[in-house]
Design a binder for this molecule. Structure first.
Ligand code: URA
Length: 254
């Protein structure tokens, strides 16, 4: 191939970004037609061979110990940064820990960072985040000190590949950090955004049934709500989201 000059290379890159290729996979292209044929699968082990040993540790136990030893939000963030047992960490650029004002009365728990959050290192900065900001601004809440503040985090701090949902194992292993995060941030109420947040915090899915119903979680009143990303796809559900925001506002006034 002829070598490209700078404008040609730039145009080619922009064209690929327009097509949706937004991640560099490797520095050297791989010709998969030249790759050696797949090896046949190994035969199943004979039944009388020794059983495969289960992992000697439970990552959630390690997370629990690391979380318990953190006595401040900064220490918790450092403990999470040092936690090497979650595969999500390997594919992510940033640890997305929190945004907003620690100590705010309202703590919002989302699902996981997406592409924009991974790039910026802050939760809810993409389109769903803009809607979240607009929703809370409508009840006079915001991320800044000046407004009635909110504090935001996610169930997992690393972006899952292709924005898939975090798996139940990933959720379980990161849960001790989330529990400690809530204990250290000391909110008055939790807002659980979407199914993943409800699964992590309440052990239940079914956001259409759960939303709008106050419950108790981690020793605090908790309100499940539709996730803003869902509201971007289903704008008819904004009516219920508005009812839930009003319910939150009323709760904060009492
Ligand atoms: N969705 C989430 O649940 N969390 C984010 O941080 C961004 C999008």
């Amino acid at each position: 191939m002829e070598s490209l000059d700078y404008p040609q290379a730039k145009a080619l890159l922009e064209w690929q970004i327009d097509l949706g290729a937004d991640e560099a996979i490797g520095e050297v292209p791989v010709n998969r037609y030249d790759a050696p044929k797949k090896q046949p699968k190994p035969q199943a082990a004979p039944v009388d061979s020794a059983p495969v040993a289960a992992p000697a540790f439970d990552p959630a136990d390690i997370a629990r110990q690391a979380a318990a030893s953190a006595d401040s939000l900064e220490a918790l963030q450092a403990a999470m940064a040092g936690f090497e047992h979650c595969e999500l960490k390997k594919g992510a650029r940033s640890l997305v820990f929190c945004d907003g004002v620690p100590g705010a009365r309202v703590m919002i728990i989302g699902e996981a960072p997406g592409r924009d959050e991974d790039r910026e290192g802050r939760p809810f900065v993409g389109r769903a985040g803009q809607l979240l900001d607009a929703m809370f601004a409508a009840i006079d809440h915001g991320r800044a000190e000046a407004a009635q503040p909110i504090y935001i985090t996610n169930v997992v701090p690393w972006r899952p590949p292709n924005n898939r949902e975090p798996s139940p194992d990933e959720i379980a292993m990161m849960l001790p950090f989330l529990e400690r995060h809530v204990a250290l941030a000391k909110p008055e109420v939790l807002v659980l955004m979407g199914n993943v947040s409800c699964l992590a915090v309440l052990g239940q899915k079914g956001i259409t049934r759960l939303r709008g119903n106050w419950t108790e979680a981690m020793g605090l009143p908790a309100l499940p709500m539709f996730h803003p990303a869902y509201l971007l796809r289903q704008s008819a559900a904004k009516r219920e989201a508005w009812a839930d925001l009003l319910s939150l506002q009323a709760r904060l006034r009492t």
